[in-house]
Design a protein around this ligand. Structure first.
Ligand SMILES: [Zn+2]
Length: 240
């Protein structure tokens, strides 16, 4: 989309790459959510000792509820962020039209703060302003790439599908094996899947993989144990 500009102030900042990475990270987190919440749900229902029908119903209902809730939440949060960014950009555009001299001084000040000598900073600001003042201000001052605002629909659809993909795993794992094995098989598949998503998200975020995997696997295991025990208790009380 944007060509690399030789006079760019941020050599390590690639907006296209970082937005792709953010999307990927959101997808992994969505899948993670789908795995854990629907695993807890189906294991809980299985803990009550009921037949396949209610397990399938609970799994599908949990999948849809979770995927829609994730999509709506993502839509709202990205829309809000986008509204904020658009308002900031509009304000910047107004300021550039009304007081271009003050804006030029401001831009030079930003490059001076980044370590350029006053004369160099001034030169950079003048050249950037001649080239594309609005983009220069958006990037240096607001750290927004005006050509690359996040699309709320795209974010909503991505989280819907990543949650769904994650949720399908425990549903399949609990329905495929014979009854006596369904909880252990689900437990094992979920732990393995969470170890993989944990490792991927740690790698994407540049974090320690072992710690991330331990956290996510532990969290998922707790969810399944709690719901299984709760399902057994409730199922026992209800006389199922
Ligand atoms: Zn400005």
């Amino acid at each position: 989309m944007s060509e690399p500009t030789p006079h760019s102030g941020e050599p390590h900042h690639d907006p296209d790459l970082s937005s792709r990475l953010n999307g990927l990270r959101a997808a992994v987190l969505g899948a993670n959510d789908g795995i854990v919440s629907v695993a807890g749900l189906v294991v809980g229902v299985a803990g009550a000792g009921v037949a396949r029908g209610p397990i399938i119903t609970a799994g599908i209902a949990g999948l849809l509820a979770g995927a829609i809730s994730m999509a709506v939440g993502e839509y709202v949060s990205v829309s809000t962020q986008r509204d904020t960014e658009k308002a900031l950009l509009a304000k910047e555009r107004r300021e550039l039209a009304e007081e271009p001299a003050a804006e030029l001084t401001e831009l030079a000040g930003i490059y001076e703060q980044k370590g350029l000598k006053p004369a160099t900073a001034w030169q950079v600001a003048v050249e950037l302003t001649e080239h594309d003042a609005f983009t220069a201000h958006a990037e240096a001052e607001l750290r927004i790439n005006p050509d690359d605002l996040t699309n709320p629909w795209q974010a909503a659809i991505a989280s819907f599908f990543s949650f769904t993909l994650g949720a399908l795993l425990p549903i399949i794992a609990i329905l495929a094996p014979p009854v006596s094995l369904r909880v252990p098989v689900t437990f094992a598949s979920v732990v393995i899947a969470l170890a993989i998503t944990g490792a991927i998200s740690a790698r994407l975020g540049g974090a320690n993989a072992r710690r991330a995997v331990t956290r996510v696997v532990f969290g998922g295991a707790i969810a399944m144990v709690v719901t299984f025990v709760a399902g057994q208790l409730v199922g026992g009380f209800a006389g199922a």
